[in-house]
Design a protein. Structure first.
Length: 217
């Protein structure tokens, strides 16, 4: 009787050399792959996989490759090295703009440092209605809903793992220290909250409306 296809595949995977197998898998992932997931797929102990990943990362650095292997947002993924960003940008963008608008960056920063946070509080901190920008950030997968505020029932928002991935962070604890700026932000919020809450997010002449059509990536 012939061996079951699944069993044959499992045996073939187990016989593969670990480092090249890791490279092959990481070439096709669309988000950082965890050590646990890679160990399960390649049928190896997690510690063995973790050691191999770190060895590969060191090897690419020593060889001065144009790419690197990073541990980001709880998983591993290939990235181009920052020093070659100009070459990659020239190829990918070909003269086109594909960056966050200033409004989107400011809104994303408020969510990152004050999460979980409601839209109204984000608008209060910025002093301008942020509903349009928040919708764009949601569509791009940079922020997500995080329950509701007990006192008001307002939807709360937080950053996503995709945000960590794009920022090159392992976790939110790697965000730069912002303490020196928080008192000023609180003062702005207190002064502008009433006005911010009265904005109509769908009105064409509402402050910040123009940002809803901005290109964000």
């Amino acid at each position: 009787m012939s061996e079951h296809p699944a069993g044959a595949l499992a045996g073939a995977v187990a016989d593969l050399e670990l480092r090249p197998a890791l490279e092959a898998v990481l070439m096709v992932v669309d988000e950082p792959a965890t050590e646990e997931h890679l160990a399960r797929i390649l049928q190896r102990p997690r510690r063995e996989v973790a050691d191999a990943l770190r060895a590969l990362a060191d090897e690419y650095t020593v060889q001065r490759r144009g790419f690197e292997l990073r541990l980001v947002a709880g998983g591993w993924r290939f990235y181009t090295r920052p020093e070659y960003a100009a070459a990659v940008e020239g190829f990918v963008l070909d003269g086109q703009q594909a960056r966050l608008t200033q409004a989107a960056l400011e809104t994303l920063a408020v969510v990152a440092y004050r999460q979980p946070v409601s839209r109204s509080r984000v608008s209060a901190v910025r002093g301008v209605n942020c509903d349009g920008v928040m919708r764009t950030l949601l569509q791009r997968g940079l922020v997500e809903e995080a329950g509701a505020e007990p006192e008001t029932g307002a939807i709360l928002y937080r950053t996503t793992n995709y945000f960590l991935e794009r920022m090159g962070l392992r976790g939110l604890d790697e965000l730069p220290e912002l303490a020196p700026f928080l008192p000023e932000a609180d003062a702005i919020e207190a002064e502008s909250q009433e006005g911010a809450l009265s904005f109509d997010p769908d009105a064409p002449d509402a402050p910040g409306y123009e940002y809803t059509q901005s290109t964000v990536d």
